[in-house]
Design a protein around this ligand. Sequence first.
Ligand code: SF4
Length: 692
Amino acid sequence: MTTMTSSKRAHAWVDAAYAALSRDRTFLLRDQQVDLSKAVADAFLTAVPLAAEAPTGTGKTIAYLIGALAASDVLGENPVQPLVVSTATKALQSQLFEKDLPALVRAGLVMANDVALAKGKGNYLCLTQAEEIRDLLNADGQETFIDDAAAAVDPDQLDFMVDQANARRWDGDFDTWTHGRPKNVRSIAVSSDTCTGKKCSRYKDCTYFRARGRLGGARIIVANHDLVLRDLLLAVDGETSALPVANYYIIFDEGHHLPEKAIAVGAREADLASFLRVLPKLSGIQAILKGSPELTKQLGAYNVHIDDFDRKPIGGPLDELTTLLNDIEVDPDTAQRRFMKGELPPNVELQMKVLLAAMMPAMLVTAGTLAALRELTGLPKPVEDKATDLGRRALDVHRAFKELSECISMMVAPGRRVKWLFRKDKALSLHCSPLEGADVLGPLLWQSARTKGVAIVSATLRDIGGFSRFKSRAGMPDKSKTMVLPYTFPYRNSTLTVAGMNATPKMAERKMFMGELALKLPTAIDRKEATLILFPSWAMLKEFVPKLRYQFGEDAVLVQGDNVVPVLRKMHTDRVEAGKGSILVGTATLAEGLDLPGKLCEHVIIVSLPFAVPTNPVEQELSDLLGKEYFSKRSLPDAMVKLVQMVGRLLRRETDRGRVTVFDRRLASTSYGRQMLEQLPPFQKIIEKLAA
Ligand code: SF4
């Protein structure tokens, strides 16, 4: 039971930590940082989740780290549980490692090796798999099985990678490989399906286990939302955790992404066309076993028998299901057919259940085969070669079976889900997704005994209705606490102008709007400045960019999609530093996480309020379910969060100033627009009169 005393002790720890930090003259203490630290500490001590909105410049990262460390100190768990900081972007991870964590180290609050970055297994080279595939690729004329993905790996590059990893000149993390990302890393990456752990002869050199070992002693583990949610999911499914964390105390920074990340983690899809291609490999496995009595005998001891790999019981139900799915009409534009309210046609649902039952024996036997092969050691060389060949086929089949069975199981299970079919040319796939992030986050965060403390922090969690929409989408318990940190930047020194446009970007007025925009937008641009222009859609961006390039020159207009964002940013920076001015153009997605301080961004132009049209099946399902309320309950709150992100690109440092121009007059002329305007940071707000 948490007492007042533990809260007081944590708060005293927080005060002492800030006193230590303040000895560093470069550290600027803000009162609201202390408030956030104490709120995070209390959230962890009381197990009452916290959602905190902290605008850019409030020093939220240091604040939540101190709060979490204070709680950890007071809780005094044995063994000490690492704190997990989860981010949505690599940019924030870099900021943590380059700026915030070194400040804590300088203040003596943590040691440099107390902090570690965690990445998923798929990020690392598996030496055993890589060497095996390299040998197969280099084998001259040998009749060995190699799947399509592995066959696409460049043998020279693979050779080089293995050498570098063996010589410890490369840590085996694909992100740090600087010689061009190899194709199909999945076949050479670490995987639970193939890893034999401590039994592996390369265990001591293993890139993944060495990286994981470094997490062992860490007090703070930095990871991304995807990895953390998948790790929590493993525990719910009764599998071994990927992170060395028994009790989770988590801070989700950039937490506004959490509901949508949870939907992605909970979604399943299965490619029926490739499953059909994989199925004959069961016969290949039978052929290997027939040709190797010794291997058959060895596997028999593990209850793996040749007849279990019979594909006939699966072929019939699969053909039947494929025929039924091929008879379903799909939308000619999207090639999709969504099953309204998740209701499958009864004959399809029945056939899915039949197929699922038919697949089970083969699924169990491929899993059993992989487990048995991990156990079998010391086989004579020819038998070992056969075992390797068989193992690769079994793995290929097992992955395809797992994908299809997980997707179908989810589709036929009770509960609200979004289900759809995609069919185009020879492609045929099934898709099933949670409707809301809350459906996934409930069991992972709010009802899990393993999750002890959760704080969700972001610059944009609220919308017009406050925190209620975010809390509902994330499924946060009613008892959760919320807090809002005040703005610290001097917004009054900058302006936000709603341009006097006659037409709005609504579809009915779109043509007129684009014509008017072509006249007015270029006049708002100062070609010597750094300008960021954000369009609501790719279609509008593509229509407008040629006009900008014609007027300002090809080189001056840098467009999202022409290069990856870091390259675009560099080109933009080079131009600005050379005094040439630069116009960076993108959609709302470019606004997310883009840091352009000072002279790098003096003018943000927002072409339209970022109302998204529900195009993906999950949003379409929500739109159908909510009907007329979709606008107020979904579209408007989402647009508000995006708009805050967009205007947030202007001021990145205390000394920044500049202007925002919004070419969508609905921001001033409609009641919902005025509510949005009011909730934006306190710029000097200017509403231009309409032209006569
Ligand atoms: S321990 Fe596992 S991941 Fe590491 S090299 Fe061996 S099989 Fe690969």
